[in-house]
Design a protein around this ligand. Sequence first.
Ligand code: ADP
Ligand code: MG
Length: 327
Amino acid sequence: PQLINQIAAGEVVERPASVVKELLENSLDAGARRIQLDVEQGGARRIRVRDDGCGIPREQLSLALSRHATSKIASLDDLERVGSLGFRGEALPSIASVSRLTLTSAVAGDDSGWSLQGDGGDRFEAPEPAPHPVGTTIDVRELFFNVPARRKFLRTERTEYGHLEEVVRRLALSRFDVGFDLNHNRKSTLRLPLAEDAAARDRRVGQICGEAFLEQAAFMEQEGAGLRLWGWMGLPTFSRSQADLQYFYVNGRMVRDRLVTHAVRQAYQDVLYHGRHPAYVLFLELDPALVDVNAHPAKHEVRFRESRLVHDFLFRSLHRALGALRP
Ligand code: ADP
Ligand code: MG
């Protein structure tokens, strides 16, 4: 099982940023309202994620670290309608197989939290009592310490940290109702308080996408045929040389999807477009039964059951919204 975990880790855990993605998604699935991340050396030395989610009961701690032990899917039917972010039950065991991992957690009603440590193996000692508020802390140290070939592929601290911070930005844009605090080498790098009203959401978008984006962006919202699209549209004149300000979410999950990119691009092009990359933060909401999020383990691709309908809706909504902005 250890080898299988490490092979799975090859798919799930590419670099520190992928660890952060999996841990943050777990915290969000656990209902966290506040998440604190402490990372060192771009995450290669340490990634610690603390949340105030529901916690993991003592008797399930070692289960959480074993393969395909997800608590999130009870049946195949559930798999059709995954609402949670994780559902494969392979992230934690994969991460544990390529790092020194400590899992500490407490659930409501416990007098104490419990802690479990791993050293890259798949055997864990019995959990030990450890003080912890309700919620979970996962501390991942020395990523790839036992897989030199992977460690060699890590880039500079700065590059790895850049990827990692981008993961936090993406997730923070998807959950305005959760606060995120990110510290790198003991310095605060991103402090995103809960953003529950429109003004606070604007502030978060400004913090993540830059004030320059926020100042010129227009807020849009369109609904029809069971679909809803809302978010911040950069004006066509605010195009960028890189596609680095394109955030698109489907039912709360960030996607990079060709159909989406194409529809958005067409709408911009039709109005006024400089041939560079439009900037936007957009959220599409639709019946979960109409999207397949199971297309790829990295979960960036989606498959729409009615791709034509989605494409047309996106194009028309944006086109209308952009058209209304014309002086
Ligand atoms: P998945 O997310 O696909 O279920 P993971 O390997 O990421 O699989 O996590 C395994 C299990 O551990 C989860 O199903 C969940 O029950 C538990 N778990 C992991 N992280 C947390 C957390 N931060 N809070 C509560 N439970 C967690
Ligand atoms: Mg998970």
